[in-house]
Design a binder for this molecule. Sequence first.
Ligand SMILES: Cc1cc2nc3c(=O)[nH]c(=O)nc-3n(C[C@H](O)[C@H](O)[C@H](O)COP(=O)(O)OP(=O)(O)OC[C@H]3O[C@@H](n4cnc5c(N)ncnc54)[C@H](O)[C@@H]3O)c2cc1C
Length: 426
Amino acid sequence: MGTPDGNKADYNTIIIGASISGSLAASLLGRAGKDVLLVDPQSFPRRKACGEGLSIVGQRYLEEFGFWTEEVAAHAKPFYGYTIHHEDGAVSNLGNNDSVSTPQGYGISRVLLDSRVYKAALDCPSVELSTGLVRAVEKFSSGWVVTLSNGDEVRSRNLVVACGGGASALFPELEVESASEERYGLALWLRGRWFQENSSLGESHRKVKLSTIHIHHQPEGQYIITPLSKTRINVSILLSKGSSSKLSKQDILQQAFRLVKKSGFEISTLIQTRGAAAIHSSRLALDNHPAYIVGDAVERFDPIGGMGMTHGILSASLAVRHILLADDSPERGLARYYRERGRVARLLRVLTNMSYGLNVSKVSLVRQLVTWSPSLALVVMAALKSQFPRSQQFAEVFEWTSGQAVPSNQFVDPSSADFPYREMPL
Ligand SMILES: Cc1cc2nc3c(=O)[nH]c(=O)nc-3n(C[C@H](O)[C@H](O)[C@H](O)COP(=O)(O)OP(=O)(O)OC[C@H]3O[C@@H](n4cnc5c(N)ncnc54)[C@H](O)[C@@H]3O)c2cc1C
C-alpha cells in the first residue's frame, strides 16, 4: 500500500464524516474490499435538520447501489409535485394531476436512511469506525496523515472529505465561490393525519393530492412541508437573517402549525425540532484538490431544490470510482473526479435554480413559465432529470461494488422488537 512519509499506510482510504455522503463512500469501498477508516463524532441514527425530500435522481442511484431496500422503500412516501402557497394567498399546483406517473421524489426519514447506509458500511469487514473528530490533516507525497481527537495519527493513501461545513476548519485555505445570502433553518417533525373529504378547507384544497410538497411563502421566509407517511410530516423552515433575529422560536412554531393546518394536516404531536445554523448555497473554488471532497463539503445546494442528498450520493460514488480506478495514479483520478463532479453539479444546479426560481424568486422566467403552464414546467424538469443516465461511470461503480452487497436480511424491521433505535421515532 502507499507510503505517506515513507511509512506504511494504515488504510486505503480515510473518510471524514459518516452522514449520507461519507457512509455511502465507505459502503462502496468496503464492498470492493478496500481498507477504510470512517470517522465521525456522531452516533447514528441521529436526527438531522433536513427537509427529507429526496429527488427521484438520488432515489434511483440509491436503488442501483442496493440501499433502497424493501425496508427503506416501505417507509418512503412518494411526492408527485409541489403545492405553492404564495404570500398573497394564491395557490399554484405544480404537478398535482394524475398525468404524472413518475414521482418527483420521496419523503424519507434520515433517521432511517442515514443509519441504514452507515450500518451497511460498518457491516463490511474492511471498514473500521472511529467515533471522534478529525482534528487535522496533512498531505505527504503519497498519502495523508490524519490526526484524530484522541491524538492518534493514522495514515492513508486516499482521503475523502465528507464532513459538510466542517471542511473549512480542516482546509482554511480553500476559498468559497459564489455563496448566496445566508438564511437560518429549523426542521420539525409532526405526527397527525391529513384531512380527507370532511375537511373544512375549500374545494380546491381538497382536490390537491396529499402526496405533494407544500411550500408556503411568508414575509419571514419559506415553510416547506414534506409528507413522510400518512401520519408524519417534516416541516423545514428557512428564515431570512433579519427575521430570524426578530422572531422567537415560539412565534415560528406557531406560524408553522398554522401553515401545516392550512395545508390540510391535523397535528397531534410535535415529535422533535432541530435547528440548522447558517444555510446558504455555496461551492468551493477548486478545479482540483489532493483530497476527494464530496457532498456538502464541496458544494451546498439551496435546500428548496432538494438536491443536497442527491449531490452527496452522486459525488461520493464518483469519488469511489476514481479511488478504485486510479490506484497507480492518484493525481489523474482526482483530476477526473473533479471534472466529472463539476459536470454532474452543473446539471443539479440548473434543477435547483429551477425549483428555487419557481418557489422563491418572484420575477424569474421560471416562475412565469410555471404560472403560464405548470405542466410544461414539469415536463422541462423531467427532461433535465433524464439527463442523469446510467452512464459508464456509474455502471462501473455498480459492477465493482455489487459483488458484496449487504444481504437484506441484515436489516431489521423498525417495527420489530430488535430494532435498536426504538427510542427515536422515524
Ligand atoms: C434546513 C435544511 C433543509 C434541507 N433539506 C433538504 C432536502 O429536503 N433534501 C435534500 O436532499 N437536502 C436537504 N438539505 C441538505 C442536506 O441535508 C445535505 O445536503 C446533506 O446532508 C449533505 O450530506 P453530507 O454527507 O455531504 O454532509 P452532512 O450531512 O453535513 O454530514 C457531515 C458529517 O461530517 C461530520 N463531521 C463534521 N466535521 C467533522 C470532523 N472534523 N471530523 C469528523 N467528522 C466530522 C458531521 O458530524 C456529520 O455527520 C437540507 C439542509 C438543511 C440545513
